[in-house]
Write a protein that binds this ligand. Structure first.
Ligand code: BYC
Length: 314
């Protein structure tokens, strides 16, 4: 009889998804809990910069759309936490680690939303970058993660389109509105590129995650795809990319771009970005403030269970 490790390897080679009840190497489980947990935290923390503009959206329509988008992100966080739980992770423990700075979330959400155009830029650029990464994750080797991604990607594409549409209105509006749109691109372009993680030769987790088919493409491959997709959109809006080195290479068919400020990236993921403290404080406040709700729900569930059991006995 073959051993578990061989069955696991064979499933990976044959693109058969790994399911919660299947045997898996401990390091595979840990890597997934790390990535899915961080991904869930990113969705939840990601509600904050945009949530900041719900009361100040310029029209009722924009407010309704933004409310729905922010609620979608909450839903994504919950699917992802559930997917992590299928691997034996504990939600309270993940939340404690986030608040204590022992679990990461996407660097992008540590930048402030200074104007309405930033909300449009997040929808267009940040959700746009997230889609490029997440479409690849629809084929990730762990079944519950791959299936969560399918629904998430559908919602993210709507987010991306509404962001582009909001940006288009600003770019075609008054000179002040166009300037606001350009300013948002100037501040969000590089952080959006950083979302894909460090360069391949500086990405400690990539080789193993690619071998296990958790990741299907490398950080640099996905970043390039995002740049190639997005530069024509910036040009279509009549805006510019804040990168003097950006140019199209006719031979390769790709845009070549300048060097990312890696010092800034590593400072942000080490907790030293412009809004890290504010984001964690907001999560801590929500987590502590919601304690009585979680406790009441648990007591209610226990009572319901006890009542059902006593009915069965009777
Ligand atoms: N930010 O070896 P590497 C959204 C960390 S939310 C922070 O390449 P890996 C949305 C990395 O974790 C979408 N940390 O790692 C929500 C690792 O540290 P640890 C969020 C980063 O895992 C609301 C170290 O750097 N998407 O769409 O192989 C509103 C070395 O990196 C970042 C996801 O979470 C970063 N940008 O690859 C709007 C996608 N980059 O853990 C929109 C799922 C790297 O060893 N995640 N690090 O301490 C992934 O695909 C992969 O985890 C990454 C990194 C490509 C991000």
């Amino acid at each position: 009889m073959k051993n578990h490790a061989e069955d696991f390897e064979q499933a990976i080679q044959q693109d058969i998804t790994i399911e919660p009840k299947n045997w898996m190497p401990e390091a595979y489980r840990k890597t997934l809990i790390r990535q899915i947990g961080q991904h869930g935290h990113s969705e939840i923390i990601g509600m904050l910069p945009e949530g900041n503009w719900i009361t100040r959206a310029p029209t009722l329509k924009r407010k309704a759309v933004l409310l729905a988008k922010v609620q979608d992100e909450a839903g994504h966080g919950l699917y992802l936490y559930s997917a992590a739980e299928t691997l034996g992770a504990d939600r309270d423990d993940m939340m404690d680690k986030l608040i204590a700075g022992r679990m990461k979330y996407s660097s992008i959400f540590n930048y402030p939303t200074l104007s309405w155009a930033d909300v449009a830029a997040i929808g267009w650029l940040v959700d746009g970058a997230a889609i490029v990464n997440q479409v690849a994750l629809c084929r990730t080797s762990y079944g519950p993660y791959a299936r969560a991604m399918v629904r998430i990607c559908k919602e993210e594409s709507f987010h991306q389109r509404q962001g582009f549409e909001a940006m288009m209105q600003l770019a075609n509006g008054t000179p002040e509105q166009k300037q606001m749109a350009q300013d948002a691109v100037n501040r969000y372009w590089w952080p959006a590129l950083m979302m894909f993680g460090p360069n391949d030769d500086n990405s400690p987790n990539s080789a193993q995650s690619m071998a296990w088919k958790i990741k299907r493409f490398s950080n640099d491959e996905l970043r390039q795809k995002f740049v190639d997709n997005t530069v024509p959109q910036v040009l279509q809006l009549g805006l510019t990319v804040p990168d003097e080195k950006l140019h199209f290479n006719e031979e390769t068919g790709h845009y070549e771009f300048g060097e990312i400020n890696w010092e800034e990236f590593f400072a942000v993921i080490a907790g030293k970005g412009p809004c890290n403290q504010e984001r964690i404080d907001a999560r801590r406040k929500a987590w502590e403030g919601g304690k009585w709700v979680r406790e009441s729900a648990a007591v209610y569930a226990q009572k319901q269970q006890a009542q059902q059991q006593s009915k069965k006995v009777a």
